[in-house]
Design a binder for this molecule. Structure first.
Ligand SMILES: [Fe+2]
Ligand SMILES: [Fe+2]
Length: 232
């Protein structure tokens, strides 16, 4: 505790007695630096303005709660907006593909432009929310997310799709579940070799999302021929 804080406690002790320890702590914790600094100017005698100080403490506490609440609300809103924009991006990408198949080229173009716009929004919200760490941290986050998906989320989804007899969903979930396990392994590998300078290539299966470091003869998850894999 610095000198100024001690002065404030002494002033309060002198005025209200030493049985008000919690209030003392509240003052020290609640007063911002500038007020603590100003407290040395408050009168150190019996006429100390108790009501004014207590009112001040209450106001400061309320402000602190308001600040925390709006900070939390905004963070929550940023992440909700991030999720919504990310979803809109994928949705418009699917709509663009459909529009192109139907020969509606202008609509396809608009969907692609709008999809890109939603990506801009999503990335900005995510950045402002402070969710982008160092690459090592981001790889760890990737491992965590993929591991959750293949160990917890998809196994449950698979069971439910089986129970409901939805074969298309079952296949979609199974492909993703197996691919997520591969992704988690690749992130671990990348984290362990984070300082490697030799260039690595990745090959993406365009059907199931499997990723390999060497172009395979065929996908080990869905069986697609290796020549269809996309090189990164
Ligand atoms: Fe994944
Ligand atoms: Fe595949």
């Amino acid at each position: 505790m610095n000198f100024l804080n001690l002065t404030m406690v002494n002033v309060y002790n002198h005025t209200f007695g030493s049985n008000r320890k919690s209030k003392q702590k509240k003052i020290v914790a609640g007063l911002p630096g500038i007020l603590v600094a100003a407290s040395v100017l408050l009168p150190d005698h019996e006429g100390f303005p108790k009501e004014t100080v207590e009112k001040l403490i209450e106001l400061l506490d309320n402000n602190k709660e308001d600040a925390n609440m709006s900070e939390n609300k905004t963070l929550k809103n940023l992440m909700a907006a991030f999720a919504g924009e990310a979803e809109a991006n994928r949705k418009y990408t699917a709509y663009a593909k459909k529009a192109a198949q139907e020969g509606k080229l202008n609509a396809a173009k608009l969907f692609r432009a709008a999809a890109d716009a939603e990506t801009l929004h999503a990335l900005k919200h995510f950045e402002v929310a402070g969710k982008i760490g160092s690459t090592a941290d981001n790889l760890k986050d990737g491992i965590k997310g993929e591991t959750y998906e293949y160990k917890e989320m998809y196994p449950d989804f698979v069971k439910e799709a089986e129970a409901e007899g939805n074969k298309a969903a079952l296949m979609s979930f199974k492909f993703a579940m197996k691919a997520e396990e591969v992704h988690a392994g690749l992130y671990k590998d990348a984290l362990e070799n984070i300082d490697q300078t030799e260039e690595v290539f990745y090959y993406l299966c365009p059907v199931c999302g499997n990723i390999e470091k060497v172009r395979p003869d065929k996908c080990r998850i869905c069986g697609v021929p290796g020549e269809r894999f996309i090189k990164y």
